[in-house]
Write a protein that binds this ligand. Sequence first.
Ligand code: KIV
Length: 276
Amino acid sequence: MKKDITYLHTKKQRKQPITVLTCYDYPTARLQDDACIDIIFVGDSVGTNVLGYKSEKEVTMADMLHHVKAVRRGVTDAYLLVDMPYASDRNEKQAVANANLFLDVGVDGIKLEGGTEKIPIVTTLTEQGIEVCTHIGHNPQIHGTKAATHGKTISKAKELIQTAAALADAGAKLIVLEKITEEVSQIITESLDIPTIGIGAGRYCDGQVLVINDVLGMGPPFKHAQRYQDYDHLTFEAISQYIYDVENGEFPRDENVSHISADKLAQVQKWLESER
Ligand code: KIV
C-alpha cells in the first residue's frame, strides 16, 4: 500500500510512531521499502555522507536530482521525501521551480530548512498543492555541521514553539525537529496537528529520523543516534580478505570460473597451430 500524507497524519492521530531514514541510492531504497519504512528521505546529508563534501552547503540541485532518481527506482510503498538543497529556495519563484523538478521525478514531498522567514515559501508551495515538510532547531544549511542543542533557554523554547505553529499554519504537512530539547519537542508535538519527526529531539516526537550511515555504523558514532550494524568494520574486513585472497591465489576458485569443453579447446589449439 502506497503511504501518503493522510496515512502519515493518521499515524499521528493513532499515536503510532512514524519511521524515517535517509537514503541516497537504489539498493538501500529497495531494502528500506521492503522493510516497510514509512518515509524514505533523500537528505542533503548526501553531501557529507556520500559525496565527500565538507558541508551541506556544497550540495546542488543536480546532486539531489541524481540521487533522488536512483532512490525513486527502489521505492514502491514508502512516502518519498527530498531536501531542497542550500540556496535552492531563496524566493517563492525559485522554490516552486525547483520543487517541481523534484515532483517531475516522482517525489511525494519536499523538505526545507528554516524558521518564520520561510513562511511565504511554505505558503506558496502549499497553494501549488506541493506537500512541504519544514525543519527547525539545528539547520545544517544555516548553522553548519556542528550541532548545538536548541530550546535550552526560555526565549529559545518560546521561539521554537511559535515558529513550529506558524509553519504549520502556513501549510506545512510535516515538521522535522533537529537537536531540540526533549521537553520543548514534546510541547511542539502535542500542540500541532501535523506530525513532528525528531532527530536528537527526544522520545515524544510523532516519528524519528536517522541518517542511514549512522544506523549502519558508517562513520563516527553520535549521541543522538543508534548503530545497528558495524558496516565500517565489516566492510574493511571483507575488502582486506578479498585483497588477501587475490594476492594469494585463493580467488577466483574453480566454482567462480567457466570452462570451454575439452574437444572444443582442442579444436581452438589446432586452429592456433595452423595459423602459426
Ligand atoms: O539531510 C538530512 O539528513 C536531514 C536530517 C538531519 C533530517 O535533514
